[in-house]
Design a protein around this ligand. Structure first.
Ligand code: NAD
Ligand code: KPL
Length: 327
């Protein structure tokens, strides 16, 4: 088993040991979902010490009844015996990957607060905006690194993840531009990444793309490519989103937004957006951290964006009609 380890610290087995430090800080992964499992398995495969934090004793027992976490890549599966624990397990946390949905991040981190060392490092993998600032405000002593990822993964069973789309993860810290040492572990684990000095611009850009595409795919019940039949609406939304980005001090994120949205619609024409999939599977969406965040920011700047607000109202109505949370 490549990268098998036990205990908090272990020597690296994969990668070039002459170029990398021999001992690594343990990574705690909060959230054994798609991205949490994708990161945990790749880190474990490289011999980086990883521990998985599960919700409670029942989930831990279920996890421990199996062999570990399975990563399925190009149809081939490998299982890694990552150690599981619960928020109440003992031991300090120095490095935490928060891999929950945006609406769970704050409460999930709160459960671990007593274990975080004062200068702990957290990577916040949430989509949209709002949850990252909430977590950072909760932990003024910690270093909160924001991340934006274009990797794609989904679960095809408990404790299993399928690596569906290769991509990139940008990481950055608006407060401290110095890259953290943990990037070395990502390198060794083969997790494609880049340190970004404008992570907020990246997160705003992704938010705008998601706001222009995802809600409409839910409202029109279509794949991303189906929006080619609603070009005027997409263009109007993009114009309003670009105005919002300018107003929020993010002019770079506003540049050529419409043409990029069109490009993404074409490139992902056969796909269903993540929000479409959430609604189709009766799962809570991250609407509050996407459209909701955009509409609140517009209100704060006294910007009137009628189409964005109308799409938000239509989406809230649809979610309520389906019995799904509208926040
Ligand atoms: P997911 O729903 O698959 O996983 C989240 C996990 O967190 C779940 O297993 C859930 O049980 C767990 N969790 C929630 N609260 C918890 C708690 N208190 N304690 C322990 N575990 C807890 O979500 P995901 O698809 O991995 O997405 C995570 C974030 O990454 C989202 O913001 C999403 O938008 C973003 N994202 C996902 C993908 C993808 O391909 N899946 C791609 C890019 C961005
Ligand atoms: O990120 C996406 C999603 O579905 O969440 C894309 C494909 C860009 C559509 O907004």
């Amino acid at each position: 088993m490549p990268g098998h380890y036990s205990g908090s610290f272990a020597p690296f087995i994969v990668g070039d040991p002459t170029e990398h430090k021999q001992m690594s800080t343990t990574w705690h992964i909060l959230g054994a979902g798609s991205l949490g499992t994708l990161w945990a398995t790749r880190l474990a495969r490289a011999g980086v010490p990883v521990r998985l934090i599960l919700r409670d004793e029942a989930r831990l027992a279920s996890y421990q009844a199996g062999e570990g976490l399975t990563l399925v890549e190009q149809g081939v599966s490998h299982t890694y015996p990552v150690i599981g624990e619960t928020p109440d397990s003992p031991g300090p946390i120095h490095r935490l990957l928060v891999a929950c949905k945006a609406y769970d991040a704050q409460s999930a981190v709160a459960q671990l607060q007593h274990r975080l060392v004062p200068d702990a490092e957290l990577i916040l993998l949430q989509n949209g905006l709002g949850s990252q600032d909430a977590v950072a405000a909760q932990l003024p002593q910690a270093r909160c690194i924001f991340a934006s990822s274009t990797e794609g993964a989904f679960r095809d069973g408990d404790w299993r993840v399928v690596f569906a789309g290769h991509g990139y993860t940008w990481l950055g810290d608006g407060a401290h531009p110095t890259p953290p040492l943990l990037l070395e572990d990502l390198q060794v684990a083969g997790i494609p990444h880049e340190w970004s000095t404008d992570i907020l611009t990246r997160l705003w850009r992704k938010l705008a793309l998601n706001c222009a595409i995802n809600p409409l795919t839910v409202l029109y019940q279509c794949r991303n490519g189906g929006l080619q039949a609603h070009q005027c609406e997409v263009a109007t939304l993009c114009a309003e989103l670009a105005e919002l980005l300018e107003c929020c001090g993010q002019p770079a994120a506003a540049q050529h937004l419409h043409s990029e949205v069109d490009r993404v619609i074409q490139a992902t024409a056969a796909n269903y957006s993540s929000m479409y999939q959430d609604v189709a599977n009766a799962r809570r969406t991250e609407i509050s951290y996407l459209l909701g965040y955009a509409c609140l920011a517009a209100a704060r700047h006294q910007l009137v964006l009628p189409h964005l607000q109308q799409v938000q109202a239509r989406l809230v109505e649809l979610l309520r009609a389906r019995g799904l949370p509208s926040d």
